[in-house]
Design a protein around this ligand. Structure first.
Ligand SMILES: [Zn+2]
Length: 261
């Protein structure tokens, strides 16, 4: 039995502006604590990434966007981004990771000892603290059985490709295939505003550049592409948002580290 405390509320929401809400799971270990972004559109709302799926997410989204059609789009299929995808009627992902959305591979547990030690070492080498006993620091409710957690697969309802437009009626986001962190990672770029939803290809923290599926030549080419993008702000899969100057700085730092400047 565990002695973890019980969380009062599982999801934390932050209103960024009239059209954007950030959602995260504060009791998930930092490594797997993803930012989820709810974007308000005229015809539909867009939910970018769906967290761990430890607690049902759809009721939260229904409360934030009552009566509105919601598109759940996964930037990639790591466990911290697609846990609750199966709850939504619209489930969009890039073609390259569609199979992984259907049949989960990789991490599918909250118990650190059940994660491949080689993978755990990759995270430490990337710059994260070693994981504690569990991937959560509180239980979602009293009596929650940590061992029961599994990632649930689901069938994509739209397969995305580079250059596709995610159209919310009054806002259009272009799908950019930005591989490196994972082979089918995508970002969403809104040309009109320069807003870039990055997923895990870049964020303001230690990039995970060394796990299975990561490829430094591919990753370097992606970062060079991002440096050319006229972004105003990056809303990423982890850590706080940042502007173009910081984007360039992060790219330069990693390109030097990888000897691919
Ligand atoms: Zn992530």
């Amino acid at each position: 039995m565990t002695t973890l405390p019980v969380a009062e509320r599982w999801y934390e929401t932050t209103v960024v502006d009239d059209t954007l809400t950030m959602i995260l799971e504060p009791y998930v270990d930092r490594l797997e604590q993803a930012n989820m972004w709810l974007v308000r559109g005229r015809d539909a709302d867009l939910l970018i990434d769906q967290g761990m799926g430890i607690v049902p997410m759809k009721p939260l989204i229904d409360a934030l966007a009552p009566g509105r059609p919601v598109i759940a789009l996964a930037t990639h299929t790591h466990v911290d981004h697609v846990g609750a995808t199966h709850e939504f009627a619209e489930r969009w992902v890039h073609r390259i990771e569609a199979d992984d959305l259907r049949v989960p591979k990789g991490v599918s547990t909250l118990i650190s000892a059940e994660i491949d030690p080689v993978l755990r070492q990759c995270f430490v080498d990337a710059g994260y603290d070693p994981l504690g006993e569990y991937l959560i620091t509180a239980l979602p409710h009293a009596g929650y059985d940590i061992a029961s957690y599994r990632r649930i697969g689901c069938e994509p309802t739209r397969i995305l490709e580079e250059g596709d437009i995610v159209d919310l009626g009054d806002r259009q986001f272009e799908v950019l295939l930005v591989p490196g962190h994972s082979p089918g990672s995508i970002g969403l770029f809104e040309a009109e505003t320069g807003i870039f939803f990055a997923g895990d290809v870049i964020y303001n923290g230690p990039l995970v550049d060394n796990v299975p599926g990561a490829d430094l030549d591919v990753y370097a080419a992606t970062l060079k592409r991002l440096m050319q993008l006229p972004v105003s702000i990056v809303h990423a899969g982890h850590d706080p948002s940042f502007g173009r100057a910081r984007l360039v700085e992060i790219c330069e730092t990693y390109l030097r580290k990888w000897d691919r400047a």
